[in-house]
Design a protein around this ligand. Structure first.
Ligand code: C2O
Ligand code: CU
Ligand code: CU
Length: 484
């Protein structure tokens, strides 16, 4: 832990929060719906999750049919401590197969939610696994073959928060001052149903909605105190890259990513998240007057497509709806409803983290992400349930190098490891502050190559690596790998 860096960065964050006070928005919160906070369950005491379809509020007409866990619009939030054993019983009351995957956690093969483990209507699946990962913002979602997109878009996802003593020692904002949100962009029919029906061009670039949802709430807003908040964000969109920022342009303090806390907090004015990626942020509303509000936005940015001419603009031009990739979106509005004065959160040094060491790498593997003849492939192949594509030695460290030879971005996700991004060549050519620390998903733009180091020492078994754009994933941009 280099204490000097830490002090420098947090000073920058404080400057940023003063900036936040300078230009609060006066925009009305009238069109926002209160962000739903899913109930919290503790799987250390054995819980049951019931996958089912039911009608939910979508802000239009009589709402739409959701597919989710429990009675809400997304699944309950699961909270568990590192070292505890999760006991979860999944009951499938959907009229199609499903299975759950604990995204970011290193669990035994039989608990990982591989699509071959999907269960039919009326069946149960029992999960039991020890939580070995660091405190952080994880999530869970369904993972059946060809049906992950339609199910997750309709709500088959939830937050999974891991706690540990290391993190508790930092005394971060908690309780009502901790907001965790699953971000989705949905497309609604005139009647309010949630549509997911990728047309020809959407089968290539992905499926984009135009209504932001937070924890299943359309156009959400939340009342806050004029104080520091911890904001955990998960990108659960089908295909959208979100450029998360505050409407005031103020900085936020990024404290963690996919695999938990960063080595030190860092001030950022935005964070780019592809599907599956997470950001753990401190956002400071202190000093803001009651009645003022700030929008958490996804800022506009040039769509990262190569050689496709106007394709990226199709959605935005009314050819099927949805805000195009890179289009601006209002994600979550914060309105200060209570002024409080309290002591500032004082940063203490973050715990040291051990990252995979590329000098120990036994070998390097290459993976090429391609799109040809309307197919999305990895090393020229589409997913096959029972074909083993790569075999890795248990306990070894390897470098996996992902190259994007296609025209579309791919959020590349590995099951069963938390990796370290070593370098990015081509394209954006840099590693961003939100790509430090431990990651399980990394955004790969056209023309880019990223190298990651991972140590395969959690469990032996069969796991997956895939693109987390749900359209690409369902079309087979996925492969099996074994740890033996
Ligand atoms: Cu979110 Cu195969 O994973
Ligand atoms: Cu995963
Ligand atoms: Cu992809």
């Amino acid at each position: 832990m280099q204490r000097r860096d830490f002090v420098g960065l947090s000073a920058a964050a404080l400057v940023g929060s003063r900036h936040l006070l300078a230009q609060p928005s006066t925009r009305s919160a009238a069109t926002r719906t209160a962000l739903w906070r899913p109930p919290e369950l503790r799987p250390a005491t054995a819980i049951s999750l019931r996958a089912n379809a039911h009608r939910v509020h979508t802000g239009v007409g009589n709402g739409g049919m959701a597919m989710t866990l429990g009675d809400g619009a997304v699944g309950p939030t699961l909270r568990i401590r590192r070292g505890e054993r999760a006991r979860i019983s999944l009951l499938n009351e959907l009229d199609e197969p499903t299975i759950l995957h604990w995204h970011g956690l290193r669990v035994p093969e039989e608990a990982d939610g591989h699509p071959r483990l999907a269960i039919g209507t009326g069946q149960r699946y029992e999960y039991g696994f020890d939580v070995m990962d660091r405190a952080g913002t994880y999530w869970y979602h369904s993972h059946p073959h060809h049906r992950t997109g339609p199910q997750v878009v309709r709500g088959m996802a939830g937050l999974l928060i891991v706690e540990d003593e290391e993190e508790e020692a930092l005394d971060l904002p908690r309780g009502a001052r901790e907001v965790a949100v699953l971000i989705q962009d949905r497309r609604l029919t005139a009647e309010g149903e949630i549509s997911f029906d990728p047309q020809m061009h959407e089968r290539m670039e992905g499926f984009f909605g135009d209504v932001p949802f937070g924890n299943g709430t359309p156009s959400p807003g939340i009342a806050v105190d004029s104080a520091m908040y911890r904001l955990r964000i998960v990108n659960v969109t089908a295909s959208r890259i979100t450029r998360v920022a505050l409407s005031t342009g103020a900085t936020m303090t990024l404290i963690g990513v996919d695999g938990g806390l960063l080595p030190a907090p860092v001030a950022v004015d935005h964070v780019d998240l592809g599907t599956g990626e997470r950001a753990d942020l401190l956002v400071d509303f202190s000093g803001m007057a009651a009645g003022s509000s700030v929008m958490l936005k996804s800022l506009a940015f040039p769509p990262p497509y190569r050689g496709m001419g106007g394709m990226g603009g199709m959605g935005g031009m009314g050819m099927g709806g949805g805000t195009r990739q890179g289009g601006e979106m209002d994600l979550l509005e914060f309105t200060v409803t209570r002024e409080v004065r309290e002591r500032r959160w004082t940063p203490t040094p973050f715990p040291a983290i051990s990252l995979p060491d590329p000098a120990q790498a036994a070998r390097t593997r290459e993976f090429r992400f391609q799109n040809m003849r309307m197919q999305h492939t990895i090393n020229g192949r589409q997913f096959e349930m029972d074909r083993m594509d790569e075999t890795v030695r248990f306990g070894s460290t390897e470098i996996w190098r992902f190259t994007n030879e296609s025209n579309f971005p791919h959020p590349v996700h590995m099951h069963e490891v938390q990796f370290r991004i070593l370098e990015r060549r081509g394209g954006r050519g840099a590693i961003f502050p939100w790509e430090r620390g431990l990651k399980d998903t990394a955004l790969l733009y056209p023309g880019e190559t990223i190298s990651v180091a991972a140590t395969f020492d959690a469990h032996r078994g069969r796991f997956l690596m895939h693109c987390h754009n749900l359209v690409h994933e369902d079309m087979g941009m996925m492969m099996n790998y074994a740890i033996e």
